[in-house]
Design a protein around this ligand. Structure first.
Ligand code: PLP
Length: 451
């Protein structure tokens, strides 16, 4: 029979478990519980197959920045599919959506980040970056500069290359990661790892690990350093103020290419167009995806500075994806950027929603479970602890407090994520103060029930 929204939930769940392998999921456990079936969405709310309305405080996977249900994007996609559903730019051809989107991105990106290499999403874009920075140094006559330094607990994607760049131990444990010549240094997570140091001293020490790694590996071997301006999937880890200026100084001193992975931070999330602007760095390459199209179509890419693009352009770059700059995805992304600009969504984050959320978020510190509250723009985390003074951790395993809290959120029709000892949000950027009040009410209720 035809599978539609009209089937009973249990039937949809059984069909799902029978044939659909879920990403980042223990599928046996899911099959027992049954996945929640999402059928529709509008604004900041999802609707499930039981008709429940769920406040999506994760904007999908950190991506639906303009919120759900914007007809303009659907109209543009339909128009583009009729006019030119597919073409590529491999062999001396191009098309208007890719031209227009690359020009728009170059206009929005800071400094001389003026060139865009498109990909299907963030993982592919980071794979591009691995090959791009190594090719850059090879073209400059320094092929031995191939090591890329990244950070523990970073998330840069799920392909073999981007998963290697990432610093997630459970990912490295499966499938033979990391690939050679990737090196990981500490993440600036003061709450979990700062010990007795002040946040400022700890931030500086974490940044100086980059210099130590360069000296240990050899200056002539290091190609690039990659990092998220605010570490997202690692738990919304906001670096102490001392961190980024020191990272910039070290990259400048040793002529290391700086790659900012803006897949989450880009397109308004931190209160500026790019997270690099918020933390005050000047990268040579930015990875983009997610908010580029607000998740309405899969698209990502690398924004590349003049110098790197010029050196790459000297020879054939043997790299590209069938869907690089896909016309429908590019047209949707362009329309999404038009909406962000016309509705001043970045200004809304910076001046309205961000400051209001910050006040309410930091107010969560009065809850007995909450030891630390961190926020930048519209991405935020709280650390759960049994003892605030000693920054003790709850165990992180199914059945323990973080998991219970996440499940209670789900039960209270709120999607909030759990990472280690932290609970995190990354809601659509369009939240009004009243939406924020409602979200905080559901978070407090869930925390109370987990306590
Ligand atoms: N980089 C960062 C910082 C991300 O958060 C993600 C996804 O969560 C990626 C890269 C991978 O992007 P994608 O899932 O589009 O391949």
């Amino acid at each position: 029979s035809t599978i539609t929204n009209h089937l009973p939930t249990a039937e949809l769940q059984a069909l799902d478990a029978a044939h659909h392998m879920h990403p980042f999921t223990a599928n046996d456990e899911l099959a027992k519980k049954g996945a929640r079936v999402i059928t529709r969405a509008s604004g900041i709310y999802l609707t499930d197959s039981e008709g429940e309305e769920i406040l999506d405080a994760m904007a999908g996977l950190w991506c639906v920045n303009i919120g759900y249900g914007r007809d303009e994007l659907a109209d543009v996609a339909a128009r583009q599919m009729r006019e030119l559903p597919y073409y590529n730019s491999f062999f001396m051809t191009t098309h208007v959506p890719a031209i227009a989107l690359a020009n728009k991105i170059a206009e929005l990106a800071p400094g001389d980040l003026n060139h865009v290499f498109f990909a299907g999403g963030g993982s592919e874009a980071n794979d591009t970056n691995i090959r791009m920075v190594r090719t850059y140094w090879a073209n400059k006559g320094k092929p031995e500069k191939s090591v890329i330094i990244s950070r523990k607990n970073a998330y840069h994607g799920s392909t073999v290359g981007s998963g290697s760049l990432g610093g997630m131990a459970p990912m490295h444990a499966q499938g033979g990661l990391p690939i050679p010549d990737i090196h990981h240094i500490s993440q600036p997570n003061w709450w979990a790892e700062g010990g007795d140091a002040t946040p400022e001293a700890f931030g500086l020490a974490c940044a100086q690990e980059l210099e130590e790694a360069i000296l240990e590996l050899g200056e002539d071997r290091v190609a690039a350093f990659i990092a998220e301006p605010v570490q997202g999937a690692g738990g919304v880890i906001v670096a102490p103020d001392t961190y980024w200026p020191e990272i910039q100084r070290i990259c400048d001193k040793y002529e290391i290419l700086l790659i900012a992975d803006e897949v989450i931070c880009g397109f308004g999330r931190t209160g500026n167009w790019f997270g690099s602007q918020t933390v005050g760095i000047q990268p040579h390459i930015m990875t983009i995806a997610k908010g580029l199209s607000s998740g309405y179509a899969p698209i990502g890419g690398s924004i590349v500075c003049d110098e790197v693009a010029a050196v790459i352009g000297q020879d054939e770059f043997n790299h590209g994806y069938t869907y690089s700059g896909h016309p429908v995805a590019a047209a949707v992304a362009l329309e999404n950027l038009r909406i962000i600009e016309e509705e001043d969504i970045v200004g809304h984050v910076q001046q309205v929603a961000g400051p209001y959320l910050k006040e309410k978020w930091e107010g969560l510190m009065d809850h007995p479970l909450v030891g630390e509250a961190k926020i930048v723009g519209m991405m935020a985390s709280i650390a759960l602890t049994p003892d605030k003074a000693s920054r003790a951790k709850f165990a992180s395993a199914p059945g323990t407090v973080g998991y219970v809290c996440r499940d209670r959120c789900f039960g209270n029709n709120l999607i909030m994520r759990h990472v280690g000892d932290r609970m995190i949000i990354s809601p659509p950027l369009i939240l009004s103060p009243a939406d924020i009040d409602e979200m905080i009410r559901r978070i407090r209720k869930s925390l109370d029930e987990a306590h």
